[in-house]
Design a protein around this ligand. Structure first.
Ligand SMILES: [Zn+2]
Length: 212
């Protein structure tokens, strides 16, 4: 993934879960990616900002800290990418009704445990939920990603995770459409490309024949 060019657009949040959106920070096929959103530590912070899991002030402090500790920041980024690939493999496998690799499940569990060390229970209006500590170590952006992956593994949404129907896209999403018929990661992107292709096939084929 090292030589994959930087994405020329912002991260798209179409997965329906932070974990899946994180898995979708790579474009093209995971075996042959076309573009990468996570090339430096700052990109990880940007993802967390986009996902709404960091405040602007937290994001700025993390980027400052990363510039003071570049080796540590690089190590967190490597860990983030390893987690992303694990999340993608696990949910892509489960989306295809196959069995996930126990080693991959263990990786998610380890990251979940590492994250929850920084959480405590807090009573909210109607119940109790995790609240995150105010600490700001460099791996802070990973906490909610790991928790999101762990929650998704145990949720009813698991049965509705799909891989995009495009032959050149492996993005994952939760199909929350009423009849569970969503095919594309994004109707404006892969869905539209498929629509344009079908349109061209329908409308071009007879013309080509007629002109010969
Ligand atoms: Zn797609």
């Amino acid at each position: 993934m090292r030589d994959t060019p930087r994405a020329d657009h912002n991260v798209e949040f179409v997965g329906g879960s932070i974990a899946l959106d994180f898995a979708n920070t790579l474009g093209g096929m995971h075996s042959a990616p076309t573009h990468e959103h996570l090339l430096e530590y700052r990109d990880l912070v940007d993802f967390a900002r986009g996902a709404g899991t960091l405040t602007l002030s937290q994001a700025r402090r993390l980027v400052d800290e990363a510039s003071r500790q570049p080796a540590r920041a690089a190590a967190v980024l490597r860990r983030a990418i390893a987690l992303r690939e694990t999340i993608w493999r696990v949910f892509d496998t489960l989306a295809k009704s196959a069995r996930a690799d126990p080693k991959d499940l263990a990786t998610i569990h380890v990251e979940e445990l590492a994250a929850l060390r920084h959480a405590r229970y807090e009573q909210t209006g109607s119940g109790v939920d995790y609240a995150w500590s105010d600490e700001l170590p460099l791996d802070r952006p990973l906490w909610q990603i790991a928790r999101s992956a762990a929650d998704l593994l145990k949720s009813n949404d698991l049965a509705h995770i799909r891989e995009c129907g495009s032959a050149t896209c492996e993005w994952l999403f939760i199909d929350r459409s009423r009849n569970h018929t969503r095919k594309w990661c994004d109707m404006n992107d892969c869905g539209n490309r498929a629509k344009v292709r079908r349109f061209r096939q329908r409308h071009r084929a007879p013309k080509v024949k007629a002109s010969r």
